[in-house]
Design a protein around this ligand. Structure first.
Ligand code: ATP
Ligand code: MG
Length: 400
């Protein structure tokens, strides 16, 4: 008994005030917060500190170290994954005991498990968006060399990302990281997902005493088809003639439109002869716009939120008329101080504490755009903001 070994990343509490002598399910601590979760095998608790909300999961020691390390490495490669904060080692316990280790992750704000949605109101008009986001997450993981091994409706969270949905991976206990993945490994991972999703659907139906219809049982296959389409779109090579170099830029633009970074461009002579060239583009993470926004302004946002916010920045730049690189950098800072931050403050005053303020900013931008289109003129921020409040702060309409 005593104090566990704790390995905590900077910027977080030390968690020493928690009752590590006892299993987390027996805790009765003022920091505990009750939050609905997906289905899970291991004990999970949520704790609140001034630094934020954290999820703690107990598991055997080796698994805890493995999950922490995998999440740590993975979160340096891609964005939509639970942020690992620490690993706990109750060194006085036998390592194979469930509570010998624990992983602490940052609670993913404003996000909910897919399973909760499926067993509640269902996808409704957002079905395409939700399933595309789910498939997009698997594509990002596979591009970065991560075999998940347990993709399921409980292990994927969703949250609003401007006019889209962002899917987020939690639970990397079964994951393995590779330099690159083979087609066979990708196929195996997809098969696990299909099985888990079908199992989840059958389970939900049984718990609700309803029949599972075919569409629902095939949900995983639907995701797999979307995955395959996106994978092909990202991976196909192009063959260009000597005067068609513009097509490389065009292809990179298309990848960026899908949110993906282009990392390396490989050019090789076309094996079928002639003066044509095969262009292979290595695709990076789906962070193109969020990286760009961070570089320019230090603002953290998810991919589509960043895309919308960057267009707001461009809108203001255009009004300032700055064209040089320095002029643009200064305009970005001025926009942050003069436009973005005051508006975020006003949003914080008008929205309840738990609202996602960056998402609210995007909702506001969308409203300003709708007003401008309707009135065929630029609507100033103050006027657009008042109108957004008067209309009950509307979000995006679902496009399907
Ligand atoms: N960082 C987090 N942010 C938000 N919710 C979380 C987080 N970590 C865990 N959860 C919630 O807790 C649940 C269980 O967590 P997790 O999936 O890691 O446990 P598990 O026991 O390993 O699950 P499985 O049975 O899939 O192996 C999740 O479905 C999710 O609802
Ligand atoms: Mg899980």
């Amino acid at each position: 008994m005593g104090t566990p070994k704790l390995h905590i990343r900077p910027g977080n509490p030390d968690f020493l005030d928690l009752d590590w002598d006892r299993p987390i399910d027996d805790w009765d601590h003022e920091r505990l917060v009750t939050i609905p979760t997906g289905i899970h095998r291991h004990p999970v608790q949520f704790v609140a500190y001034t630094e934020g909300l954290y999820a703690i999961k107990e598991l055997p020691r080796d698994l805890a170290y493995h999950e922490f390390e995998t999440l740590r490495r993975l979160s340096t490669r891609i964005r939509p994954v639970a942020r690992p904060v620490g690993v706990v080692d109750r060194h006085w316990l036998d390592g194979s005991i469930e509570g010998a280790g624990a992983v602490i992750t940052r609670y993913v704000d404003h996000a909910f498990p897919y399973r909760e949605l499926v067993q509640g109101s269902g996808f409704g008009a957002r079905r395409n968006q939700m399933l595309d986001a789910f498939a997009g997450l698997l594509v990002q993981l596979h591009l970065t060399g991560c075999f998940w091994g347990d993709c399921s409706l409980s292990n994927v969270l969703y949250r609003y990302d401007a006019n889209q949905i962002e899917a987020i991976m939690i639970d990397a206990e079964t994951s393995r990281l590779y330099e690159t993945m083979t087609a066979g490994q990708r196929r195996e991972d997809i098969e696990i997902m299909i099985m888990n999703v079908a199992g989840g659907m059958a389970d939900i139906a049984a718990s609700q005493g309803t029949e599972v219809d075919d569409a629902d049982l095939n949900l995983g296959e639907d995701v797999a088809e979307r995955y395959a389409a996106l994978w092909t779109e990202l991976q196909h090579d192009i063959v260009i003639g000597p005067d068609e170099r513009y097509r490389i830029g065009e292809r990179i633009g298309r990848l960026n439109d899908l949110g993906f970074d282009a990392e390396d461009v490989d050019l090789t002579p076309d094996p079928s002869g002639g003066d044509r060239v095969v262009v292979k583009i290595a695709v990076g993470g789906r962070n193109f716009h969020s990286n760009r926004l961070r570089e320019l302004t230090r603002i953290e946002a998810s991919e589509n939120q960043a895309r919308q916010i960057l267009s707001d920045l461009q809108y203001h730049e255009a009004r300032l008329g700055s064209t040089s690189a320095t002029g643009k950098a200064i305009a970005a800072i001025r926009w942050r101080v003069d436009v973005f931050e005051p508006l975020m403050l006003r949003l914080a005053e008008t929205r309840e504490g738990e609202a996602d303020l960056v998402q609210a900013y995007c909702d506001f931008l969308h409203h300003r755009f709708i007003l401008a289109r309707r009135q065929e003129r630029d609507v100033p921020n103050d006027e657009a903001f008042q109108s957004w409040i008067d209309h009950g702060h509307p979000g995006y309409e679902v496009e399907d």
